[in-house]
Ligand binder design. Structure first.
Ligand SMILES: NC(=O)c1ccc[n+]([C@@H]2O[C@H](COP(=O)([O-])OP(=O)(O)OC[C@H]3O[C@@H](n4cnc5c(N)ncnc54)[C@H](OP(=O)(O)O)[C@@H]3O)[C@@H](O)[C@H]2O)c1
Length: 281
């Protein structure tokens, strides 16, 4: 096994959950998995426990609660009682407590509420996760949000600060979302920021048209475009970890290799300035 690199988190959203990719990840030094109660048709936890019981203790594991199965689909809820039951169920299904539990896309339950009602509901949901962490059902807790804008609208400054704020990252994220996320994590005093979905879930053609290698320092520009996009995503917004999905060990090795590259942060600042001035014009 290579030296572990905690910056790369293997995300299981689109994964087939095969034993092989988890073994390859460990061999390469990827020791963090991110899943959710809702992944793999609400079977992710159980399938991980079935197919990879031998491997699971070797990973740090984050999971998410907030989506619940209903007739033929999924519904979102921030009901603290349902969240608590979901956290207990996650530990039962996995056969171990997850290291981190994240509220899964809480914005989904906030958009139809007044700011005051949204604030109260989000607060009670956060408290459910704080309590779960305090009682040992997980080590840390946080919020994973695809669209941080509704969270900004309800006001979070007096709500419990999450240990982790997990947000969309990379070149495919618009400047409005990057700005909202920057404000949100400061106001909320989130402990760590984790990025997610640096390729937007796929979109390979984008990198044929756009070459992100100039965002790497010159000695590192020999990497591929996808490697450069992945590495630069750690600065859009600034993130300590990145959850990325792949079922291909070769791709995973490429992503790990990219972590060795240095990003030209001046180029990133220029890019952000350009996006701001384009929006104002
Ligand atoms: N709201 C939320 O909480 C939320 C939402 C979305 C995602 N997430 C988290 O973020 C993780 C990643 O998101 P995601 O899977 O949607 O998007 P992603 O990581 O941006 O994209 C995954 C896609 O990128 C491809 N890829 C990965 N490495 C590559 C490489 N080196 N070269 C070429 N293609 C490569 C994969 O294909 P191959 O399999 O062929 O490599 C896969 O199709 C999720 O698993 C989850 O943990 C959270």
């Amino acid at each position: 096994m290579h030296g572990a690199d905690p910056r790369l988190v293997l995300g299981l959203h689109r994964s087939r959950h095969h034993h092989d990719i988890l073994t390859a990840a460990l061999d390469l030094g990827v020791t963090a998995l991110d899943t959710a109660a809702a992944y793999l048709g609400f079977r992710s936890h159980a399938v991980l426990a079935e197919t990879a019981a031998d491997l699971l203790p070797k990973f740090t594991l984050s999971t998410k609660v907030g989506f619940f199965p209903n007739a033929g689909g999924a519904e979102h809820s921030l009901d603290p009682v349902r969240l608590r039951l979901a956290i207990e169920r996650a530990a039962r299904e996995l056969g171990r407590e997850p290291d981190t539990v994240l509220l899964h896309n809480p914005e989904r339950s906030l958009t139809s509420l007044s700011p005051a009602d949204g604030h109260a509901l989000l607060g009670s949901a956060c408290t459910a996760l704080v309590d779960a962490a305090r009682e040992g059902l997980c080590r840390t807790w946080g919020v994973s949000s695809w669209d941080t804008r509704p969270l900004g609208m309800v006001g979070v400054d007096d709500l419990p600060s999450p240990d982790v704020l997990m947000v969309r990252a990379g070149f495919l994220v618009g400047i409005d979302l990057l700005d909202t996320t920057a404000v949100l994590r400061n106001v909320w005093q989130a402990g760590e920021t984790w990025g997610m979905s640096p390729f937007g879930g796929g979109h390979r053609k984008v990198w044929e048209e756009f070459d992100p290698r100039p965002f790497l320092r010159p000695p590192h520009r020999g990497l591929s475009r996808t490697q450069a996009a992945f590495r630069t995503a750690f600065h859009l917004p600034g993130a300590s970890k990145m959850a990325v999905g792949t079922d291909d060990p070769v791709h995973l090795a490429e992503l790990l290799q990219a972590l060795g590259a240095e990003v030209d942060t001046f180029a990133v600042s220029q890019y952000l300035r350009a996006l701001h001035s384009h929006r104002q014009s």
